[in-house]
Every structure is written in C-alpha cells, then in structure tokens.
Design a protein around this ligand. Structure first.
Ligand SMILES: Cc1cc2nc3c(=O)[nH]c(=O)nc-3n(C[C@H](O)[C@H](O)[C@H](O)COP(=O)(O)O)c2cc1C
Length: 146
C-alpha cells in the first residue's frame, strides 16, 4: 500500500516530528507542500494531510493543494498539531466531502506554540509533541494502515 502525506510544518517542526515517528511504519512518501512537484496523486492508495494549525485552520497551502489536486474518491486521513485543543478540521472535511473522499481517521496533538504574545511567557505546550503523543500517533497510524 502506497501512502503519500502532504504536510506543512513551519512553526517549530512539530507536525514533522509526528510524521517522522510514523513514516517507517509503511510505504510512506512525505511531501512538503511548499516544495511539492508531484501533482498526480492517483498512484497512491491513501493520502494524508498534515499541518500545524494556523489561525484555527490547516495552513492555507494545504487547503489549496487539497482543493486543486486531491483526486476524487480517495482514501484520506488527517494529522495536525495545535497549541490549544479545539476542532480544527472543518475545512479539510468539507473538501473531502465535496470530493467524495473516504476519511479513514483524524489525529491531533499539542505542539510547542510561541505564536505572538505567547513568546513572552516562553510559549505553551512546551516539549510537545512528547513521547506519549508520538506513541499515540503510531497507534493511530497502525489502524490507518491495517
Ligand atoms: C501564525 C500562527 C497561528 C497559530 N494559530 C493557532 C490556532 O489558531 N490555534 C492553535 O491551537 N494553535 C495555533 N498556533 C500554534 C501551532 O498550531 C502549533 O504550534 C503547531 O504545533 C505548529 O506546528 P508546526 O511546528 O508543525 O508548524 C499558531 C501558530 C502560528 C505560528
């Protein structure tokens, strides 16, 4: 089973840490959305979208990429990291619904956040994602690939 994961991870590389923890569990190719040249995703059996949360959403580059290049009727999954827990997947789920894609799962965990005034207090969610977060991510991904 071939898996592509399109990701955006800039703030502290938190989301990339999660991806690095799972990537060797299957035939996974990671694509940084800022550099991606691969636009034909039809050869992948499953496509993941991973992002830090920026202003309550997946990063706009990921949203735009999914709108433009996600093939219809694909199997998809989500991975994201955030400073404060909330529901941040609404926009991605709408894209999946519009394209009749099947959402296999969604995983989020906290990620070190020093955005704006948070930097003056040394940030929040320090040391996240931690080992516990990464183990949960592995557990989640195991179910995705089963
Ligand atoms: C510009 C900006 C906006 C952010 N907006 C949110 C937000 O709306 N909600 C939240 O919980 N975290 C927010 N964060 C924190 C990030 O989602 C969090 O640190 C995430 O783990 C970053 O992932 P990355 O290091 O992979 O980019 C924001 C961070 C930045 C830099």
């Amino acid at each position: 089973m071939k898996i592509a994961i399109i990701y955006y991870s800039e703030h502290h590389g938190n989301t990339k840490k999660v991806l690095d923890a799972i990537k060797d569990m299957a035939d996974v190719t990671l694509f940084d959305v800022k550099k991606i040249k691969e636009k034909d995703l039809i050869k992948y059996d499953v496509i993941g979208f991973a992002s830090g949360i920026y202003h309550t959403k997946y990063h706009k580059d990921i949203l735009e990429f999914a709108e433009d290049y996600l093939p219809h009727s694909q199997n998809v999954f989500l991975i994201y990291t955030y400073g404060v827990k909330a529901n941040y997947t609404k926009e991605m789920k709408k894209i999946f619904k519009d394209k009749s894609c099947k959402l296999l799962g969604s995983f989020g965990c906290r990620g070190f956040d020093t955005y704006g005034p948070l930097k003056y207090i040394g940030g929040i969610a320090k040391k996240h994602p931690n080992d516990k977060d990464l183990n949960k991510a592995r557990e989640y991904f195991r179910k995705i690939i089963q």
